[in-house]
Design a protein around this ligand. Sequence first.
Ligand code: BG6
Length: 368
Amino acid sequence: EKDGHDWFMRKEIFEQPESVAAALLGRHTERGQLMLDEVRIDDEALRDIDRIIVVGCGTAAYAGQVAKYAIEHWTRIPVEVELAHEFRYRDPILTRNTLVVAISQSGETADTLMAIRHARAQRAKVLAICNTNGATIPRESDAVIYTHAGPEIGVASTKGFLTQMVACYLLGLYLAQLRGTKFGDEIAAVVRDLDRIPAQVQQVLDGAQQVYDLAQELLDAKVVLFLGRHAGYPVAMEGALKLKELAYIHAEGFAAGELKHGPIALIEPGLPVFCVVPPRGRDQLHDKMVSAIQEIRARGARTIVLAEAGDTTVADVADELIELPQVPVLLQPLVATVPLQLFACELATLMGHDVDQPRNLAKSVTVE
Ligand code: BG6
């Protein structure tokens, strides 16, 4: 049942190329035209959406943070992301032109369910991104995009997360197509990039041994930090969450730009810091990330750098370099998350923890 793996989680990590392919299947034509037939909100109403609020808990909320970067960029619709359990208590401003996107692997998380009930009561439209057919959250939503990852058994979400991000990208591209904020050929180009992701995730998985060796070396770590920028920032937080959930160690994800405003005080000799480097591009994101890594390394941090293959600028600042396939910055979370999942799974295994059933956690939390 675990396909020869020790844990469901590891099996699910290794299934991700197929899961991502399944999430993409049948959602676009050869020419990149998108079709999302589970969206039962008519196109007219979708064209009028003037605000999007993404809600979710845990890993699902991080998928929402990635979605914000992509959907705003492609559609120019303002996107907010909120933890589902905080959402209704702040008395959010909702109108019939607000689209609330509820992300939930299980579709049963009570905090998220209560958030969408609140949203619908205020006449906002609700779209669920869910992995479980017929679960409560999609049943109570106006529309649903199923992630088609197949059952996720391990408590820590992996393929659920990657496919949630895929669904968010598809939603963003669909809205862009509908509203004409991106030209068809630009959308088709992103769709082609998405179609390459399953093979690229496989490449990352093929390098698992490097990550496993690293876990062995870092077995005594008491604290691990993660840094990212832009779409890599939620990846850093997700990497930290996986370590908290599985290895029970203090782990924190920071936006690299925030370092000098506080977190750099935490850096001490030998502290492991994972750094997700954005692809080299026209903006300064990449170079600023590299200088942040220089800063922490000068203070003794042990830097584990995730950067795209061929990026020679990181060689000098990386104690350990994990190469990622070349993908556009907005899609990088799909490949950059994978080594962090492998690391947490392996470290927890070496520590003797139950990876599939971490202490104090449940796969789906059906109480508020
Ligand atoms: C938590 C799980 O309780 O719920 C996390 O332990 C998960 O792994 C979170 O990310 C949200 O769950 P769901 O099913 O709503 O995506």
